[in-house]
Design a binder for this molecule. Structure first.
Ligand code: FAD
Length: 295
Protein backbone atom coordinates (compact mmCIF):
# COMPACT_ATOMS: atom_id res chain seq x y z
CA UNK A 1 0.00 0.00 0.00
CA UNK A 2 1.24 3.48 -0.79
CA UNK A 3 1.32 5.49 2.45
CA UNK A 4 -0.40 8.47 0.82
CA UNK A 5 -3.59 6.37 0.98
CA UNK A 6 -3.39 6.41 4.79
CA UNK A 7 -3.73 10.20 4.76
CA UNK A 8 -7.02 9.79 2.88
CA UNK A 9 -8.32 7.37 5.52
CA UNK A 10 -7.07 9.05 8.67
CA UNK A 11 -7.00 12.53 10.03
CA UNK A 12 -3.77 11.81 11.94
CA UNK A 13 -1.22 9.28 10.67
CA UNK A 14 0.99 7.96 13.48
CA UNK A 15 4.34 6.38 12.56
CA UNK A 16 7.66 5.31 14.06
CA UNK A 17 11.23 5.67 12.87
CA UNK A 18 13.89 3.04 13.60
CA UNK A 19 17.50 2.56 12.51
CA UNK A 20 19.31 -0.63 11.43
CA UNK A 21 21.73 -2.27 13.89
CA UNK A 22 25.49 -1.65 13.47
CA UNK A 23 27.19 -3.95 10.92
CA UNK A 24 29.01 -5.68 13.80
CA UNK A 25 25.67 -6.74 15.36
CA UNK A 26 23.35 -9.31 13.86
CA UNK A 27 20.04 -8.17 12.42
CA UNK A 28 18.33 -10.22 15.16
CA UNK A 29 19.32 -7.53 17.70
CA UNK A 30 16.51 -5.42 16.31
CA UNK A 31 13.90 -8.15 16.78
CA UNK A 32 13.12 -7.04 20.34
CA UNK A 33 12.56 -3.48 19.10
CA UNK A 34 10.23 -4.70 16.37
CA UNK A 35 8.34 -7.08 18.66
CA UNK A 36 7.77 -4.17 21.04
CA UNK A 37 6.69 -1.76 18.32
CA UNK A 38 4.44 -4.20 16.49
CA UNK A 39 1.99 -4.43 19.40
CA UNK A 40 1.59 -0.65 19.28
CA UNK A 41 -0.03 -0.82 15.88
CA UNK A 42 1.66 2.13 14.14
CA UNK A 43 0.37 3.13 10.70
CA UNK A 44 3.85 2.53 9.31
CA UNK A 45 7.50 2.25 10.37
CA UNK A 46 10.31 4.08 8.60
CA UNK A 47 13.87 2.73 8.47
CA UNK A 48 16.84 5.07 8.21
CA UNK A 49 19.67 4.84 5.67
CA UNK A 50 23.33 5.77 6.10
CA UNK A 51 24.32 8.37 3.50
CA UNK A 52 27.12 7.85 0.98
CA UNK A 53 27.32 4.08 0.64
CA UNK A 54 27.61 3.21 4.35
CA UNK A 55 27.98 -0.52 4.96
CA UNK A 56 24.73 -0.33 6.91
CA UNK A 57 22.71 0.43 3.82
CA UNK A 58 21.80 -3.06 2.69
CA UNK A 59 20.37 -3.39 6.20
CA UNK A 60 17.76 -0.71 5.42
CA UNK A 61 16.31 -3.04 2.80
CA UNK A 62 16.66 -6.10 5.06
CA UNK A 63 15.00 -4.33 7.98
CA UNK A 64 12.27 -2.81 5.79
CA UNK A 65 11.52 -6.30 4.53
CA UNK A 66 11.28 -7.61 8.12
CA UNK A 67 8.92 -4.78 9.09
CA UNK A 68 6.68 -5.43 6.10
CA UNK A 69 6.90 -9.17 5.55
CA UNK A 70 7.48 -10.59 9.05
CA UNK A 71 5.65 -8.04 11.19
CA UNK A 72 2.96 -7.04 8.70
CA UNK A 73 3.46 -3.28 9.13
CA UNK A 74 3.77 -0.93 6.15
CA UNK A 75 7.45 0.03 5.72
CA UNK A 76 8.95 3.31 4.52
CA UNK A 77 12.59 2.82 3.45
CA UNK A 78 14.77 5.95 3.69
CA UNK A 79 17.10 6.42 0.71
CA UNK A 80 19.80 9.08 0.28
CA UNK A 81 21.37 9.91 -3.08
CA UNK A 82 24.41 12.07 -2.31
CA UNK A 83 27.59 10.47 -3.62
CA UNK A 84 25.67 7.73 -5.44
CA UNK A 85 25.49 6.89 -9.13
CA UNK A 86 22.21 6.17 -10.89
CA UNK A 87 23.22 2.57 -11.30
CA UNK A 88 23.85 2.22 -7.52
CA UNK A 89 20.45 3.74 -6.78
CA UNK A 90 18.86 1.43 -9.37
CA UNK A 91 20.36 -1.57 -7.55
CA UNK A 92 18.75 -0.44 -4.29
CA UNK A 93 15.39 0.22 -5.96
CA UNK A 94 15.55 -3.27 -7.43
CA UNK A 95 16.20 -4.85 -4.00
CA UNK A 96 13.40 -2.86 -2.39
CA UNK A 97 11.05 -3.88 -5.17
CA UNK A 98 12.03 -7.56 -4.89
CA UNK A 99 11.30 -7.40 -1.15
CA UNK A 100 7.85 -5.93 -1.68
CA UNK A 101 8.75 -2.48 -0.28
CA UNK A 102 6.41 0.08 -1.82
CA UNK A 103 7.38 3.33 -0.04
CA UNK A 104 10.55 5.43 -0.07
CA UNK A 105 11.57 8.57 1.84
CA UNK A 106 13.68 10.27 -0.85
CA UNK A 107 16.54 12.29 0.65
CA UNK A 108 19.68 13.99 -0.51
CA UNK A 109 21.72 13.08 2.63
CA UNK A 110 24.22 15.25 4.46
CA UNK A 111 27.25 16.61 2.68
CA UNK A 112 30.36 15.98 4.76
CA UNK A 113 34.07 15.27 4.32
CA UNK A 114 33.57 11.52 4.28
CA UNK A 115 30.59 11.94 2.02
CA UNK A 116 31.60 14.47 -0.65
CA UNK A 117 29.06 15.88 -3.00
CA UNK A 118 30.04 13.69 -5.95
CA UNK A 119 27.81 11.26 -7.75
CA UNK A 120 24.97 11.79 -10.12
CA UNK A 121 22.48 13.53 -7.85
CA UNK A 122 22.52 17.06 -6.46
CA UNK A 123 19.35 17.15 -4.40
CA UNK A 124 16.26 15.21 -3.33
CA UNK A 125 14.17 16.36 -6.32
CA UNK A 126 16.61 14.66 -8.69
CA UNK A 127 16.26 11.44 -6.70
CA UNK A 128 12.45 11.73 -6.71
CA UNK A 129 12.48 12.26 -10.50
CA UNK A 130 14.74 9.27 -10.94
CA UNK A 131 12.60 6.98 -8.75
CA UNK A 132 9.49 8.02 -10.65
CA UNK A 133 11.14 7.24 -13.99
CA UNK A 134 12.29 3.83 -12.83
CA UNK A 135 9.73 2.15 -10.58
CA UNK A 136 6.29 2.62 -9.09
CA UNK A 137 6.95 3.63 -5.44
CA UNK A 138 5.05 5.82 -3.01
CA UNK A 139 7.35 8.78 -2.26
CA UNK A 140 7.85 10.98 0.81
CA UNK A 141 10.32 13.85 1.28
CA UNK A 142 11.79 15.75 4.25
CA UNK A 143 10.91 19.24 5.44
CA UNK A 144 12.47 21.59 7.98
CA UNK A 145 10.18 23.76 10.17
CA UNK A 146 13.17 25.77 11.43
CA UNK A 147 14.91 25.84 8.05
CA UNK A 148 17.58 23.44 6.79
CA UNK A 149 21.00 23.74 8.47
CA UNK A 150 22.49 24.92 5.14
CA UNK A 151 19.77 27.54 4.64
CA UNK A 152 17.78 29.25 7.36
CA UNK A 153 15.72 31.11 4.78
CA UNK A 154 12.26 29.61 5.40
CA UNK A 155 10.71 31.26 2.33
CA UNK A 156 13.39 29.68 0.13
CA UNK A 157 12.86 26.33 1.87
CA UNK A 158 9.14 26.54 1.07
CA UNK A 159 10.01 27.13 -2.60
CA UNK A 160 12.21 24.02 -2.46
CA UNK A 161 9.33 22.08 -0.89
CA UNK A 162 7.12 23.06 -3.80
CA UNK A 163 9.79 21.63 -6.13
CA UNK A 164 9.73 18.40 -4.11
CA UNK A 165 5.93 18.24 -4.37
CA UNK A 166 6.05 18.95 -8.11
CA UNK A 167 8.66 16.22 -8.56
CA UNK A 168 6.29 13.70 -6.95
CA UNK A 169 6.60 13.80 -3.12
CA UNK A 170 3.19 12.70 -1.83
CA UNK A 171 3.65 13.75 1.81
CA UNK A 172 6.34 15.34 3.95
CA UNK A 173 7.97 14.34 7.23
CA UNK A 174 9.48 17.09 9.32
CA UNK A 175 12.80 17.37 11.03
CA UNK A 176 12.40 17.06 14.80
CA UNK A 177 11.63 20.20 16.77
CA UNK A 178 11.06 21.01 20.43
CA UNK A 179 9.03 24.18 20.06
CA UNK A 180 5.64 23.74 18.37
CA UNK A 181 5.48 27.44 17.57
CA UNK A 182 8.13 26.98 14.86
CA UNK A 183 6.04 24.20 13.33
CA UNK A 184 2.85 26.31 13.33
CA UNK A 185 4.68 29.24 11.78
CA UNK A 186 6.07 26.91 9.13
CA UNK A 187 2.59 25.47 8.41
CA UNK A 188 1.26 29.02 7.99
CA UNK A 189 3.90 29.73 5.36
CA UNK A 190 3.18 26.40 3.66
CA UNK A 191 -0.54 27.23 3.57
CA UNK A 192 0.19 30.52 1.83
CA UNK A 193 2.14 28.69 -0.87
CA UNK A 194 0.24 26.22 -3.01
CA UNK A 195 1.69 23.11 -1.35
CA UNK A 196 -1.10 20.63 -0.71
CA UNK A 197 0.54 17.41 0.43
CA UNK A 198 0.07 16.41 4.10
CA UNK A 199 2.88 17.08 6.58
CA UNK A 200 3.81 14.88 9.53
CA UNK A 201 5.47 16.44 12.57
CA UNK A 202 8.71 14.76 13.68
CA UNK A 203 8.88 14.33 17.47
CA UNK A 204 11.79 12.93 19.44
CA UNK A 205 11.41 12.12 23.14
CA UNK A 206 14.75 13.07 24.65
CA UNK A 207 16.40 10.72 27.11
CA UNK A 208 19.89 12.12 27.68
CA UNK A 209 21.77 15.41 27.53
CA UNK A 210 24.46 14.22 25.08
CA UNK A 211 21.72 13.20 22.66
CA UNK A 212 20.28 16.73 22.78
CA UNK A 213 23.68 18.33 22.18
CA UNK A 214 24.29 16.04 19.20
CA UNK A 215 20.88 16.78 17.71
CA UNK A 216 21.30 20.50 18.06
CA UNK A 217 24.72 20.36 16.37
CA UNK A 218 23.29 18.28 13.50
CA UNK A 219 20.02 20.04 12.78
CA UNK A 220 20.14 23.27 14.77
CA UNK A 221 16.77 22.80 16.52
CA UNK A 222 15.93 25.59 18.96
CA UNK A 223 15.56 24.57 22.58
CA UNK A 224 12.82 26.39 24.54
CA UNK A 225 13.73 27.45 28.09
CA UNK A 226 11.32 24.98 29.73
CA UNK A 227 13.01 22.17 27.80
CA UNK A 228 16.50 23.32 28.86
CA UNK A 229 15.27 23.53 32.46
CA UNK A 230 14.20 19.86 32.36
CA UNK A 231 17.49 18.70 30.81
CA UNK A 232 19.59 20.59 33.34
CA UNK A 233 17.48 19.55 36.31
CA UNK A 234 17.52 15.78 35.61
CA UNK A 235 20.69 15.27 33.54
CA UNK A 236 22.22 13.00 36.23
CA UNK A 237 19.09 10.95 36.91
CA UNK A 238 18.47 8.66 33.95
CA UNK A 239 14.95 7.56 34.88
CA UNK A 240 13.78 11.03 35.83
CA UNK A 241 15.13 12.51 32.58
CA UNK A 242 13.50 9.73 30.54
CA UNK A 243 10.14 10.39 32.22
CA UNK A 244 10.47 14.14 31.82
CA UNK A 245 11.44 13.64 28.14
CA UNK A 246 8.36 11.48 27.57
CA UNK A 247 6.11 14.02 29.32
CA UNK A 248 7.56 16.84 27.21
CA UNK A 249 7.05 14.91 23.95
CA UNK A 250 3.49 14.03 24.99
CA UNK A 251 2.66 17.66 25.65
CA UNK A 252 3.97 18.54 22.18
CA UNK A 253 1.98 15.73 20.52
CA UNK A 254 -1.32 16.47 22.26
CA UNK A 255 -1.02 20.13 21.30
CA UNK A 256 -0.14 19.26 17.67
CA UNK A 257 -2.95 16.76 17.06
CA UNK A 258 -5.49 18.99 18.83
CA UNK A 259 -4.47 21.81 16.49
CA UNK A 260 -5.14 19.70 13.40
CA UNK A 261 -1.69 18.46 12.38
CA UNK A 262 -2.03 15.59 9.88
CA UNK A 263 0.51 13.22 11.37
CA UNK A 264 3.08 12.45 14.06
CA UNK A 265 6.34 10.70 13.18
CA UNK A 266 7.99 9.46 16.37
CA UNK A 267 11.77 9.14 16.35
CA UNK A 268 11.80 6.05 18.61
CA UNK A 269 15.61 5.64 18.80
CA UNK A 270 14.83 1.89 18.75
CA UNK A 271 13.39 2.17 22.27
CA UNK A 272 10.04 0.34 22.39
CA UNK A 273 9.52 1.23 26.07
CA UNK A 274 9.37 4.95 25.27
CA UNK A 275 7.27 4.37 22.14
CA UNK A 276 4.87 2.29 24.21
CA UNK A 277 4.48 4.90 26.95
CA UNK A 278 3.74 7.58 24.36
CA UNK A 279 1.42 5.47 22.21
CA UNK A 280 -0.60 4.27 25.19
CA UNK A 281 -1.00 7.82 26.48
CA UNK A 282 -2.39 9.16 23.20
CA UNK A 283 -4.38 6.10 22.06
CA UNK A 284 -7.81 7.47 23.00
CA UNK A 285 -6.95 10.91 21.56
CA UNK A 286 -5.95 9.45 18.18
CA UNK A 287 -9.03 7.20 18.20
CA UNK A 288 -11.28 10.17 18.89
CA UNK A 289 -9.72 12.26 16.08
CA UNK A 290 -9.59 9.43 13.55
CA UNK A 291 -13.26 8.51 14.09
CA UNK A 292 -14.03 11.66 12.12
CA UNK A 293 -14.03 10.94 8.41
CA UNK A 294 -11.44 12.66 6.23
CA UNK A 295 -12.98 13.91 3.00
P1 FAD B 1 17.27 18.48 -0.27
O1 FAD B 1 15.79 18.53 -0.39
O2 FAD B 1 18.03 18.15 -1.51
O3 FAD B 1 17.76 19.87 0.33
C1 FAD B 1 19.11 20.01 0.80
C2 FAD B 1 19.54 21.48 0.75
O4 FAD B 1 19.67 21.84 -0.62
C3 FAD B 1 18.54 22.44 1.37
O5 FAD B 1 19.24 23.48 2.00
C4 FAD B 1 17.75 22.95 0.20
O6 FAD B 1 17.29 24.24 0.39
C5 FAD B 1 18.78 22.91 -0.93
N1 FAD B 1 18.15 22.58 -2.21
C6 FAD B 1 17.35 21.52 -2.48
N2 FAD B 1 16.95 21.55 -3.74
C7 FAD B 1 17.50 22.65 -4.31
C8 FAD B 1 17.44 23.24 -5.59
N3 FAD B 1 16.72 22.70 -6.57
N4 FAD B 1 18.12 24.38 -5.81
C9 FAD B 1 18.83 24.96 -4.84
N5 FAD B 1 18.94 24.45 -3.57
C10 FAD B 1 18.28 23.30 -3.32
N6 FAD B 1 19.90 11.46 6.47
C11 FAD B 1 20.46 10.26 6.25
O7 FAD B 1 21.66 10.18 5.90
N7 FAD B 1 19.76 9.09 6.41
C12 FAD B 1 18.46 9.08 6.77
O8 FAD B 1 17.84 8.02 6.91
C13 FAD B 1 17.82 10.34 7.01
N8 FAD B 1 16.50 10.43 7.37
C14 FAD B 1 15.90 11.65 7.52
C15 FAD B 1 14.54 11.70 7.83
C16 FAD B 1 13.90 12.95 8.00
C17 FAD B 1 12.40 12.98 8.32
C18 FAD B 1 14.65 14.16 7.87
C19 FAD B 1 13.98 15.48 8.10
C20 FAD B 1 16.00 14.10 7.57
C21 FAD B 1 16.65 12.86 7.38
N9 FAD B 1 18.01 12.77 7.05
C22 FAD B 1 18.59 11.55 6.85
C23 FAD B 1 18.83 13.99 6.97
C24 FAD B 1 18.89 14.56 5.52
O9 FAD B 1 19.59 13.66 4.70
C25 FAD B 1 19.63 15.90 5.61
O10 FAD B 1 18.86 16.85 6.31
C26 FAD B 1 20.12 16.47 4.28
O11 FAD B 1 21.07 17.51 4.56
C27 FAD B 1 19.04 17.09 3.40
O12 FAD B 1 18.25 16.13 2.83
P2 FAD B 1 16.99 16.58 1.92
O13 FAD B 1 16.45 15.37 1.29
O14 FAD B 1 16.08 17.43 2.72
O15 FAD B 1 17.77 17.46 0.83
Amino acid sequence: MHIKELFKEKEVVFSFEIFPPKPTSSIETVYDTLEGLQGLNPDYISITYGAGGSVNNNRTCELSSLVKNKYGIEALAHLTCIGSTKSEINGILESLNENGIENILALRGDVSEGNPSVGEFNNSQELINHIKETKEFGIAAACYPEGHIESRDIEREIEILKLKENAGAEYLISQLFFDNNYFYKFLNSVEKSSIEVPIQAGIMPVTNKKQVERIVSLCGANLPSKFIKIINRYEHDKDALRDAGIAYALEQIVDLVSTGVRGIHLYTMNNPYIAKRITNSIGSILNSINKRQVI
